[in-house]
Design a protein around this ligand. Structure first.
Ligand code: R5P
Length: 295
C-alpha cells in the first residue's frame, strides 16, 4: 500500500524500523523527552495527514509510561486524520482480562476503551495472554503468533536433543501444542495454580518420561520467573538433561534470570516484543505479514 507509514513509539524504535523495512514503508521521525517527574513530551517530526499509519509501541515496564506514550501518539495521529493501526507487541494488563475475584477491575477492558477513544481504528498485538482478551475491544483486534518463529529458532539454533515441549499451565495448552506440532515433538502440560491473593505459584507433580531429554518450557510471558522456576525444578527432578525456557514476552523483572538459572534453566529465549539480552527472536516478520494480508 503506497500511502502507508510506520511510526516508531519510543519503546519500540528498533522493531518499528524492521516492520517498516518488511513492508517497504516510510518511517516517521519521533522525538521523545522524559521530564524529571516522569511525564513524556513527544514531537512528531513530520505531518502524516490522512494516510494509513502503523504505530508500534510496546508496553513493557515502565508500563504506564509506555501506555501513555502510545495514547499520546495515537491521539495526535488521529487528530491529523490518519487511519491509525495500533501495534502493541507486548500488551500490558492483558492478564487481568476477567474479574477473577469480586471487585477486581478488568484492566484489559479499560485499556481497550482507551485505545479506541484516542482514535485507534484497528489493534494488533503479539501472542496475547488469552485470545478471550480480544473481546474487550470494540474495534477490530488481532493477536499474531510468534510461536512459529520461536519454534524455528529452537530447531535451528538451540538444536535440542530428543526434545519435549512443556507448558507450565493449561492456559498455555494451544501454544505448546502449536510449538510441538511445528517441531514434531511430544508435549506435556503441567498443572500450575496461582494463589489469587498472594500471587504465589505452585505446580503439581506430574509423571513425565523425560530422562536424559531436553525440555523446552513454552510460555507467553516470563515476568518474575516464578512459573518457569517451579516448572524447571520439576523437569530437573524428572531427569531432564537441559531445560530451555522460551517465551514471547521476556518481561524479566528483577532477578528473574538468576532465579531461573538456579532452578536449572540453561537458556532463556524471548522475542523482541521486549528488547533485551534474551530477545533473540525477531517478530517483525509476523507483524509485517499480518499487514501484507490486508493489501
Ligand atoms: C500466566 O498464566 C502466564 O502465562 C505466565 O505463565 C506468567 O505470567 C508468568 O509470570 P511469572 O514469570 O511471574 O511466573
Amino acid at each position: 500500500m503506497e500511502n502507508r507509514l510506520v511510526v516508531p513509539g519510543p519503546a519500540s524504535t528498533d522493531l518499528a524500523e524492521r516492520v517498516a523495512e518488511g513492508l517497504d514503508a516510510e518511517l516517521v521521525g519521533v522525538e521523545c523527552r522524559i521530564f524529571p517527574d516522569g511525564e513524556s513530551k513527544i514531537t512528531l517530526k513530520e505531518k502524516v495527514g490522512n494516510k494509513q499509519v502503523i504505530l508500534v509501541q510496546s508496553t513493557y515496564p515502565p508500563v504506564d509510561q509506555h501506555l501513555m506514550q502510545a495514547f499520546l501518539l495515537a491521539h495526535r495521529l488521529s487528530e491529523e486524520g490518519a487511519e491509525v493501526h495500533m501495534v502493541v507487541p507486548y500488551l500490558a494488563y492483558s492478564r487481568q482480562d476477567k474479574e477473577f475475584l469480586g471487585g477486581e477491575i478488568v484492566s484489559m477492558r479499560v485499556i481497550a476503551r482507551l485505545f479506541r477513544s484516542v482514535g485507534v481504528r484497528r489493534f494488533v498485538t503479539v501472542d496475547i495472554h488469552s485470545v478471550e482478551g480480544l473481546s474487550n475491544f470494540s474495534i477490530p483486534a488481532y493477536s499474531v503468533s510468534a510461536v512459529p518463529l520461536l519454534a524455528e529458532y529452537v530447531r535451528e539454533v538451540v538444536k535440542p536433543v530428543n526434545p519435549v515441549a512443556v507448558s507450565p499451565d493449561f492456559g498455555g495448552s494451544s501454544r505448546v501444542e502449536a510449538f510441538s506440532k511445528i517441531l514434531g515433538i511430544e508435549h506435556f502440560i503441567l498443572e500450575k495454580s496461582r494463589d489469587r491473593v498472594t500471587g504465589e505459584v505452585s505446580i503439581k507433580n506430574a509423571e513425565m518420561n523425560i530422562e536424559g531429554r531436553d525440555a523446552v518450557i513454552v510460555d507467553d510471558i516470563i515476568s518474575t520467573g516464578g512459573s518457569v522456576q517451579r516448572a524447571a525444578a520439576q523437569l530437573k527432578a524428572s531427569g531432564a538433561r537441559r531445560v530451555i525456557a522460551a517465551c514471547t514476552h521476556p518481561v524479566l523483572i528483577g532477578d528473574a534470570v538468576k532465579k531461573m538459572s538456579e532452578a536449572g534453566v540453561d537458556e532463556v529465549i524471548g522475542t523482541n516484543t521486549i528488547p533485551g539480552s534474551v530477545s533473540k527472536v525477531d517478530v517483525s516478520q509476523a507483524i509485517s505479514e499480518h499487514f501484507k494480508t490486508l493489501g
